[in-house]
Design a protein around this ligand. Structure first.
Ligand code: GDP
Length: 529
């Protein structure tokens, strides 16, 4: 009996993230999704619009001003018989590394496309990332209350540009001021749209069947004719939904609607709970752990500081891969090979922290981090092992960081190392001098670091130019050769925040020469934790 309950808890979970280009409507959809999840009484509080309630630290102010979201949050809510975990992905291009790691923690993705614009840059990039793990994709064509592009053309663009087959599940009737609703191809019914009700869950009017005389009265004969013609084309030219192809990431069910008008979001959610996979297992160094394994296991994909200034600690986000978390349980922190008792893991209900009693595979729990947890760490009960596949990327931009007040060197170093544990930046300490070099994937991260150093560590830091243009983590199976390399190439070597050896090259040519000169050394662009 307990066994059946355990499996049921896992099978009812769906863990997903939204991928989209900025402004396509990710935030709006999140609000509506939560409205359906009844986590919020009234949608509209996701971006912290009730600003009085959550005082924000400086860097959060900064991200608000710039309209970017640095903060990845996790929201859990019930939908029908299921329990859904939505992981927010940082929206700005600068944070692609964080986004990448967040996508390792989900089992499916919702791709939101602005139907007036079609496939945009950021969506292309994110789709490449989901490809790495063949994550199943559900598509929502948004902003049907505006004049959109020809829906058939949109599907065609998705298919050719993103290399994924489209299976429309709903089909739009008109758009802009003439948007009347959608025809649900699987249910053979028209769901009628009423504008101005986006803030609530609506009592929608449904008309069964295309030949129903009610339909013509509702949408007019012109639109009905267009609908019939288009459906004929769609049924001839596009694909039918296929569960297997969907699970392999080769076919995406497509829904049309308007997030702002809260129309169509529920059709998408119905599809998500019906078709998207329940929590999947993950690879470890010695094979795969399935989600129904009894042993508790999970990995840390994100560390975040000061989400709420009232709690001045850092939270490690851990995706549970298998088993069950129970309050007060003992877990093994695999990298440092130590047992820890966790009695205060957090869950995140629409931004509010709550203490958690139990959690299952697919859930995200927040662990308080006092400096020992790093991105990529594995937690287990019972047998000890490590999950793989959560990388750090070599930064492409570098600056030397210096204090205005030299007495605070220790504080600066502490701050930089903690920020690098979060994965937002890398810090490099050259072997031959006392410089501190900050490496980032995107240029905005430099400003975030200075703002956070000031707000959280009370140090004033400034940047200077440094002659570094790329970095590689270095490895060798031959300890002697590595040692020799360490001596001979010391002017270009540094330790990162986690004391891993890295080669920092002034030019790409220099890196190339080093590779040729030291063939027994591996120079890696990513570092797996
Ligand atoms: P994000 O950057 O992807 O999170 O996008 P937002 O959800 O913040 O939306 C960007 C803008 O598009 C906002 O002004 C929204 O009000 C607007 N928007 C979102 N969904 C719709 C929609 O369905 N119709 C219309 N007309 N506007 C929308």
């Amino acid at each position: 009996m307990a066994e059946a309950n355990f499996l049921n808890e896992i099978n009812k979970r769906r863990t997903f993230a939204i991928i989209s280009h900025p402004d396509a409507g990710k935030t709006t959809i999140t609000e509506k999704v939560l409205l359906f999840g009844q986590a919020l009484q009234k949608a509209g509080t996701v971006k912290g619009k009730k600003s009085g309630q959550h005082a924000k630290s400086d860097w959060m102010e900064m991200e608000k001003e710039r309209g970017i979201s640095v903060t990845t949050s996790v929201m859990q809510f019930p939908y029908r018989e299921n329990l859904v975990n939505l992981l927010d992905t940082p929206g700005h291009e600068d944070f692609s590394e964080d986004t990448y790691r967040t996508l390792t923690a989900v089992d499916s993705c919702l791709m939101v496309i602005d139907a007036a614009k079609g496939v945009e840059d950021r969506t292309r990039k994110l789709m490449e990332v989901t490809r790495l793990r063949d994550t199943p994709i559900i598509t929502f064509m948004n902003k049907l209350d505006r004049d959109i592009r020809d829906p058939l053309e949109l599907l065609d663009e998705v298919e050719t540009e993103l290399k994924i087959l489209c299976a429309p599940v709903t089909w739009p009737i008109g758009c802009g001021k003439e948007f009347k609703g959608v025809y649900h191809l699987h249910r053979d019914e028209v769901i009628l749209y009423k504008s101005g009700l986006g803030h609530m869950i609506q009592d929608v009017r449904i008309v069964k069947g295309l030949d129903n005389p009610e339909l013509e009265a509702a949408i007019g004969s012109g639109l009905l004719e267009t609908l019939r013609d288009e459906l004929e084309l769609v049924q001839g030219a596009s694909n039918e939904f296929d569960q297997e192809l969907f699970l392999e990431g080769e076919l995406t069910p497509v829904f049309f609607g308007t997030a702002l008008g809260n129309f169509g979001v529920d059709h998408m959610l119905d599809g998500l709970v019906e078709w998207a996979p329940a929590p999947q297992g993950r690879q470890t160094e010695d094979g795969k752990i399935e989600s129904d394994a009894e042993q508790f296991s999970g990995f840390v994909f994100k560390i975040q500081a000061n989400m709420d200034p009232k709690h001045r600690d850092r939270i490690a986000f851990c995706r549970i891969v298998s088993g069950k978390y129970e309050k007060g349980m003992k877990m093994r922190h695999s990298r440092i090979n130590k047992d820890v008792r966790i009695s205060d893991a957090l869950t995140f209900l629409a931004g509010d922290r709550e203490l958690l009693e139990e959690a299952y595979a697919g859930d995200i729990i927040g662990l308080h981090n006092h400096g020992t947890i790093r991105i990529g760490d594995t937690f287990t009960s019972g047998e000890n092992f490590r999950f793989t596949g959560i990388p750090n990327f070599a930064p492409e931009l570098f600056k030397r960081i210096r204090l205005k007040d030299p007495l605070k060197q220790k504080q600066l170093l502490k701050g930089l190392i903690q920020l690098s544990e979060e994965g937002a930046v890398q810090v490099f300490r050259p072997l031959i001098n006392n410089d501190l070099i900050v490496g980032a994937v995107g240029v905005l991260q430099f400003d975030v670091v200075v703002a956070r150093l000031k707000a959280e560590y009370n140090v004033d830091a400034i940047y200077e130019h440094v002659n570094v243009s790329t970095a590689r983590w270095v490895y060798s199976n031959d300890a002697k050769k590595l040692d020799e390399f360490r001596r001979k190439a010391d002017v270009n070597l540094a330790l990162d925040g986690g004391d891993n050896l890295a080669y920092i090259a002034p030019t790409m040519v220099n890196l190339q020469l080093a590779k040729e000169r030291y063939p027994d050394i591996e120079f890696k662009e990513t570092r797996e934790h």
